[in-house]
Design a protein around this ligand. Structure first.
Ligand SMILES: [Zn+2]
Length: 441
């Protein structure tokens, strides 16, 4: 996740404190799913039948070592030494982390109930078994992860985060959505009334323990009345290149246009050491890039964003400033005429004004300024996100793949449109939507 997205989400979090007048009815749906009970007669875990052992569960404490844990549980040193020696090639016993859970399977056959097996869980999915019932054996395993597909929708009243939270959904869905839409929708300027729909998968361990959000499969976002679809798609299965594309196979991560005017030439580049004869050959840094073009040539916004300034002022003349996201802002100077107002939402390539000679300029051009985190930089030296489109050969396959998913998205209703019967039906449908076993990322 890029840094700017993290920063942006922090803002979303900060904005979360107030306003919770959305009905709480969805919470029930989420918790029903999580508390599904599973009580088989013979419980197997980590590949062992638990009823054959005395099971000791604990977490690693500060100062604990593998040897001490075994010693505390009635093993003695020559044997501990042998276990450590036997395990050390396949398990780094120094890697035990404070707070992580471990399990000891102890024999019921002697009064000391000595352990036969040590199981360490570095995370909720992976585990390491050190079995010393006979000789020492180390096995690594993963808990069975079941993916459950879910749907959600909402109308934003405050922030995406709060809207999801009111439905009992993880903030990670908000994280992931703002990551997907980082180049399309400015989440700082999300509006009351913006709406979204999302299809995502959740992970459940051993069929019952919620283990977080897996991934967003598809989403729909309506911002200021504009529709933005996104579908997760793997464009290269050998390199595992996965990206989100819209309904026309366009990449959601849009790069900036190279220039704000077509058929132009660069007459002056970003140059911090520029010297100008007119000013006695003194250094007059040029923090913009000048594109010379005939008067009246349309000036295009180089990326999607919101107009934050549109004015005529001093040396800038007629200018427009567009904020694209938490990181990038662009500015266009010396316009003959401006076409947009403060607050307008513009898409990449939209005309925002026309080339002119207003302000300090010796000829018709647009001075293009590029701001990153509040500092003017050279757009040609930035490592801007690439927007690889789906290749022609894959496009047909992609459009075929998204067809049913788009139908599914379109069929999701907003909470306000749901009747209580529909809700129950959807809950059931969600629960039946367990799509695959034993899969994880
Ligand atoms: Zn300039």
């Amino acid at each position: 996740m890029p840094k700017n997205v993290v920063a942006l989400l922090l803002m979303v979090f900060i904005a979360m404190t107030s306003c919770k007048d959305e009905p709480k009815k969805e919470v029930k749906e989420a918790s029903t799913l999580k508390t599904e009970e599973l009580k088989p007669v013979e419980v197997k875990e980590f590949g062992y039948t638990l009823k054959n052992y005395l099971v000791v569960r604990d977490t690693i404490k500060a100062g604990d070592s593998f040897g001490e844990i075994l010693q505390r549980n009635n093993l003695e040193y020559p044997q501990i030494y042998n276990i450590v020696e036997g395990a050390k090639d396949s398990f780094d016993i120094a890697s035990l982390q404070v707070g992580k859970p471990y399990t000891l399977l102890c024999t019921k056959e002697d009064s000391l109930q000595r352990p036969k097996c040590f199981i360490y869980q570095p995370n909720s999915i992976d585990y390491v078994v050190v079995d010393f019932a006979d000789s020492t054996l180390v096995k690594k395993g993963k808990k069975k992860v079941k993916l459950v597909e879910r749907e959600a929708s909402g109308v934003i009243n405050n922030s995406l985060y709060v809207t999801l939270q009111d439905q009992g959904l993880s903030p990670i869905v908000a994280y992931k959505m703002s990551d997907i839409y980082a180049w399309t929708v400015d989440f700082f300027r999300i509006q009351k009334g913006d709406r979204f729909k999302v299809i995502f998968t959740e992970k459940y361990i051993d069929d019952s323990i919620y283990a977080g959000i897996d991934k967003i499969k598809a989403a729909y976002f309506e911002h200021k009345g504009e529709s933005f679809y996104s579908f997760r798609y793997e464009t290269d299965s050998t390199k595992h290149i996965i990206d989100y594309f819209d309904e026309n196979a366009k990449n959601l991560r849009r790069a900036f246009l190279k220039a704000p005017v077509q058929f132009s030439r660069i007459s002056s580049r970003y140059n911090l050491n520029r010297r100008i004869a007119y000013y006695g050959n003194r250094v007059r840094p040029h923090k913009g890039t000048d594109f010379a073009a005939p008067i009246g040539t349309p000036i295009l916004s180089t990326a999607n964003g919101t107009v934050i300034e549109s004015a005529r002022r001093g040396g800038n003349g007629n200018y427009v400033k567009v904020k694209h996201n938490g990181t990038y802002t662009t500015q266009y100077l010396h316009m003959k005429k401006r076409k947009v107002h403060v607050g307008d939402y513009v898409k990449q390539g939209d005309v925002i004004g026309w080339v002119g000679m207003t302000g300090n300029t010796s000829g018709p051009h647009v001075c293009y300024r590029f701001w990153k985190n509040g500092r003017q930089v050279d757009p040609f030296k930035q490592d801007l996100p690439k927007a690889e489109p789906i290749g022609d050969s894959l496009k047909v396959k992609y459009l075929d793949y998204i067809k049913p998913i788009k139908h599914q998205l379109d069929a999701i209703v907003y909470p306000s449109e749901k009747t209580s019967n529909e809700e129950e039906f959807l809950t059931e449908l969600n629960q039946q939507n367990a799509i695959s076993d034993n899969q994880s990322n």
